[in-house]
Design a protein around this ligand. Structure first.
Ligand code: ZN
Ligand code: ZN
Length: 444
């Protein structure tokens, strides 16, 4: 059956708007919209029907009536008027069988979406379409009934047409992979929902003081609700690296929430020095994306008052967060100051250097974190240690090792759970009194 015959058979049974008729042949012809296809088919059918009226009057009129009613064709209606043939008003369908004439609303819907997007900065967007199940089922049945093999589904067409309009009116680009905003449109209920994708800002942070956790630390007693124990703050520590970076970031972006992802974490009582630790701050629902990163860096550093310092800010994306987590096991450099029970000799320190360079350390989960981590044995590699005596019972050790090594336990031995250890090698009880992370080496 050719396109015109099939279309006439469809229209005989169902009223269809130009979009919905044209969509059944969407794969035929390029650079055409479905309504243009539908219009062309209806026009060709109308001309054929008109021609028929000159020879086979009855069939011609019958087809013109189909086109004037179920085809919503003004041309067909006009020809019938001129022929003084009446179409009874009860034959006039109200709306398109498939879309209920919702394609007529698209311009209005696109403008409504743009209005809601006004408060957000973005360069790329994607349109998502939500359809009632019944509508999609109706279309599926319709397509199998008429054996539609070169068509497109309604969801696609709605998305494409609205997307085109938004792009045209806003000058922004449709992006299917990493859109900054997703506009979810339900053409049937005429509802619009916006999904504002997060903004990721990467950088390095240094923690220049001890006693601050990396992320917001909820009170274990009330789990953040606020209780007497935490002085109604909901937190165990009044500030964190995360919060010190988050506040100015939220001020700059107008986001709803900012959370920190980093490549590993230092202990609360350890500083993070050197170049700093790579991090990404994820801002949810940002209103502003075109931000001055130099200014943000300055604002964070001013706000953190020397406790935390960030540098090298740049925009990143979600994949960078995965990269950060992966880098957790790459190399780290630490500096630890140790205090010994007995006096130490320089021979002892040389021995330490020898026994802890290029060695695999076996660590059972430290007792101090056993309550929240599974009891496992980890093997971590130490590339190099350097040791320096500071006082008769004090020494400083620099360690370059695989990330994830528990340095405090490397010193104490954690009652035999970490081996080898400083205490074990020297047979002299050692404890860490100051720990700093010097560098987190990120391998891309
Ligand atoms: Zn329609
Ligand atoms: Zn509390």
């Amino acid at each position: 059956m050719n396109i015109l015959e099939k279309s006439l058979r469809i229209l005989e049974e169902y009223p269809l708007c130009d979009h919905c008729l044209g969509r059944q042949f969407a794969l035929l012809g390029h650079n055409l919209e479905n309504d243009e296809r539908g219009q062309a088919i209806k026009l060709a059918l109308t001309l054929e029907a008109h021609k028929l009226t000159f020879s086979k009057d009855r069939e011609g009129v019958k087809n013109l009536k189909i086109l004037a009613t179920n085809g919503f064709s003004e041309t067909a209606a006009e020809i019938l008027r001129k022929m003084r043939k009446r179409v009874s008003s009860k034959d006039l369908p109200e709306k398109c069988f498939l879309c209920k004439h919702k394609f007529k609303n698209l311009d209005w819907l696109a403008k409504k979406a743009l209005k809601e997007l006004e408060v957000y900065e973005y360069t790329s967007f994607l349109v998502g379409i939500e359809l009632p199940v019944a509508v999609e089922e109706r279309e599926d049945e319709f397509k199998s009934k008429f054996d539609v093999s070169h068509g497109e589904n309604m969801r696609n067409e709605f998305g494409r047409v609205i997307g085109k309009k938004i792009a045209e009116y806003s000058g922004k680009t449709a992006d299917y992979k990493k859109p900054e905003v997703v506009v979810l449109v339900n053409p049937f209920t005429e509802e619009i929902r916006l999904q504002i994708n997060p903004l990721f800002i990467a950088g390095y942070y240094k923690k220049l003081v001890r006693g601050i956790p990396q992320s917001k630390w909820f009170c274990s007693n009330c789990r953040g609700k606020g209780c007497e124990k935490c002085n109604w703050t909901g937190k165990t520590y009044s500030e964190s690296v995360e919060e010190l970076i988050a506040k100015p970031t939220l001020d700059a972006t107008g986001g709803a929430k900012a959370s920190l992802h980093a490549s590993g974490r230092e202990d609360i009582d350890a500083r993070m020095l050197g170049k700093g630790r790579p991090f990404v701050i994820e801002v949810t629902k940002p209103k502003k994306r075109f931000i001055d990163l130099k200014k943000l860096e300055k604002n964070v550093n001013a706000y953190a008052e020397g406790k935390v310092e960030i540098s090298n800010l740049q925009l990143a994306d979600k994949s960078f967060v995965r990269k950060l987590k992966k880098a957790e096991s790459s190399q780290k450099e630490y500096n630890v100051i140790m205090e010994f029970k007995d006096k130490i000799t320089s021979e002892a320190l040389n021995l330490l250097k020898e026994k802890l360079t290029n060695v695999i350390v076996k660590q059972k989960t430290p007792m101090r974190v056993l309550h929240r981590r599974a009891d496992l044995t980890r093997e971590k590699y130490i590339y190099e240690v350097k040791v320096k005596k500071l006082a008769p019972k004090k020494a400083e050790m620099k360690i370059r090792c695989q990330g994830g090594l528990y340095v405090k336990e490397l010193v104490t031995g954690d009652e035999g759970r970490t081996t080898p250890s400083v205490s074990e090698i020297l047979q002299n009880k050692a404890k860490p009194i100051k720990l700093d992370v010097l560098n987190v080496i990120m391998v891309n």
